[in-house]
Ligand binder design. Structure first.
Ligand code: FAD
Ligand code: NAD
Length: 476
């Protein structure tokens, strides 16, 4: 078995692993990055879940389906007459595949440019900071590394009562690949994936029923925002049933019958396809050899400290495989931090300023604490909000749904949480993240000039409203 040595070996080239490898190489370290992801065409591709089966393909289909939906429902309001609007699903899917391909091939180029040794195949951590690498042709070699970074990501959770079969009952990847719009689609889980993918297929004509076990809709979101969001999902036609616990799935000639219980007792709904989107679990299968010293917690996440150090010396872990939100940008920042820490530089991740976005229409985005969390904390707070209905730009865009909400501390004016539901909320939230990163006060936001007419003025006005000084909307 051949042996080669590196300063850093990263296992996993998703949005956590590949930026870590590039950053370490930028820091003049000798780096290898191993990834085993294979797409449906049987070919290896860097980029992990995010680029191949998550963030990027889902946003491609969200964009296409939203354009189609808007053309049918909004053009008339702009005075545009359009008739016979149709879509070609295979063209949509082809566009999505091309976007994925361009993104994943881009990583190969980035690795080359940064001088990272890119290895496609399986990586397994062995004791003593060695990594066993199994290439596509089955040959194995050992990489000796001063530091190893584990970035093996996550996988969809399975529901025992509704097992995946790859055709009728699928996971999120399967739901991105439908060749035909299902007539009736059942989605289990009204989380981020269920709502985003449910929206895609609803816009393209499917009857979509979403079964959510919890009674509370979007429990992790500020509940004022969640309430507004539910209205818009219902308006789109998503049939969201809360407090619905699925107990069985029965396949028959007419489709799949999903059996569930809710407050009224046992219920049934018949669908043609089922997407199970009940969360993801950390993926460590085949990752750890004997005696590595790396520890897992009771839920299977690799245990790390605030700097992503595992229990084993010079072994780090980042991204979905460790605690914290399963978000690409959170993994990326951890990757950059670790790439710098290994090189002896100062670096940290601010886990209090991780933005979240749900790419629905209108979009939902937030950073910091919700009003419910603040109530529970006991800290005195003030709230300012501004409806997009009062924004000139939003009116011009025919996109007046939703609002921006700023929550600040009464004692020192600290910005504690920003919650937006409305047009381009995912872009608007960046300003709030930056403000929180720099410990801005609400007054800082109030005194920052915002271009007119832009959607960002809604955040400015919401900050002003927190002190009852809004100009473009009556203060309450
Ligand atoms: P992954 O992206 O899962 O990458 C891990 C990589 O490691 C994979 O390529 C895997 O094959 C490889 N690997 C694992 N074990 C080994 C091994 N032993 N040897 C070699 N290679 C190995 N997040 C957002 O922030 N925004 C979004 O809009 C968003 N949309 C999403 C939509 C969907 C449908 C899904 C499923 C997820 C979405 N996410 C989104 C979540 C996001 O994809 C993840 O948070 C992100 O991919 C995690 O990055 P990671 O690098 O930790 O893991
Ligand atoms: P999630 O945790 O967001 O939502 C899962 C939902 O399923 C929850 O509401 C939960 O109560 C419900 N649920 C759990 N068990 C159930 C059951 N047996 N029956 C019915 N409902 C059940 O998980 P997800 O939507 O699968 O997404 C996985 C991860 O991917 C998330 O952590 C998310 O952060 C990430 N993601 C992010 C984005 C984004 O940033 N826009 C998009 C997609 C995915």
């Amino acid at each position: 078995m051949s042996e080669s040595s590196f300063d850093v070996v990263v296992i996993g080239a998703g949005p956590a692993g590949y930026p870590c490898a590039i950053r370490a190489a930028q820091n003049k370290l000798k780096v290898a990055c191993i990834d085993e992801w294979k797409n449906h065409d049987g070919k290896y591709a860097f980029g992990g879940t995010c680029l191949n089966a998550g963030c990027i393909p889902s946003k491609a289909l969200l964009e296409s389906s939203e354009l189609y939906h808007r053309a049918r429902t909004e053009f008339a309001a702009h005075g545009i007459k359009a008739s016979g609007i149709e879509f070609d699903l295979s063209a949509m899917q082809k566009r999505k595949t091309q976007i994925v391909k361009a993104s994943t091939q881009g990583i190969t180029g980035l690795f080359k440019g940064a001088g990272v040794t890119a290895l496609q195949g399986h990586g397994r951590l062995l004791a003593g900071n060695r990594v066993e690498y199994t290439a596509a042709d089955g040959t194995t070699s050992t990489l000796v590394a001063r530091h190893v970074v584990l970035a093996s990501g996550s996988a969809p959770m399975e529901l025992k009562t509704v097992p995946f079969d790859g055709t009728t009952v699928v996971d999120s990847w399967g739901a991105l690949e439908f060749a035909e719009v299902p007539k009736r689609l059942g989605v289990i889980g009204a989380g981020v994936i269920g709502l985003e993918l449910g929206s895609v297929w609803r816009r393209l004509g499917a009857e979509v029923v979403v079964l959510e076990a919890l009674q509370e809709f979007l429990f992790m979101v500020d509940q004022q925002v969640a309430k507004e969001a539910l209205k818009h999902f219902n308006k789109l036609g998503l049939d969201i049933r809360l407090g619905a616990k699925v107990t069985a799935a029965k396949q028959g000639a007419g489709g799949v019958t999903l059996v569930y219980t809710d407050v009224s007792g046992e219920q049934q709904v018949m669908v043609d396809k089922v997407v199970v989107a009940i969360g993801r679990r950390p993926f460590t299968s085949g990752l750890l050899g004997d005696g590595t010293g790396v520890e897992l917690d009771e839920r299977g996440f690799i245990k790390v400290d605030h700097e992503c150090r595992t229990a084993a010396a010079n072994v780090w872990a980042i991204g979905d495989v460790v605690r914290g939100p399963m978000l690409a940008h959170k993994g990326k920042e951890e990757g950059l931090m670790v790439g710098d820490l290994i090189a002896g530089l100062v670096a940290e991740v601010n886990y209090d300023a991780v933005p979240s976005v749900i790419y629905s229409a209108p979009e939902i985005a937030w950073v910091g604490q919700t009003e419910e969390q603040l109530k529970a904390s006991g800290r005195a707070y003030k709230v300012g909000s501004f409806p997009f209905m009062a924004s000139g730009r939003a009116r011009a865009m025919e996109a007046t749904a939703g609002f921006a909400k700023v929550i600040s501390a009464v004692d020192d004016d600290e910005l504690l949480g920003v919650h937006i539901i409305g047009p381009m909320a995912g872009e608007l939230i960046a300003e709030a993240v930056l403000a929180m990163e720099y410990s801005a006060s609400t007054e800082d936001l109030q005194r920052t000039m915002h271009a007119h007419p832009t959607l960002s003025e809604a955040l400015h006005e919401a900050a002003l409203a927190a002190d009852k000084r809004a100009i473009d909307y009556p203060n309450k």
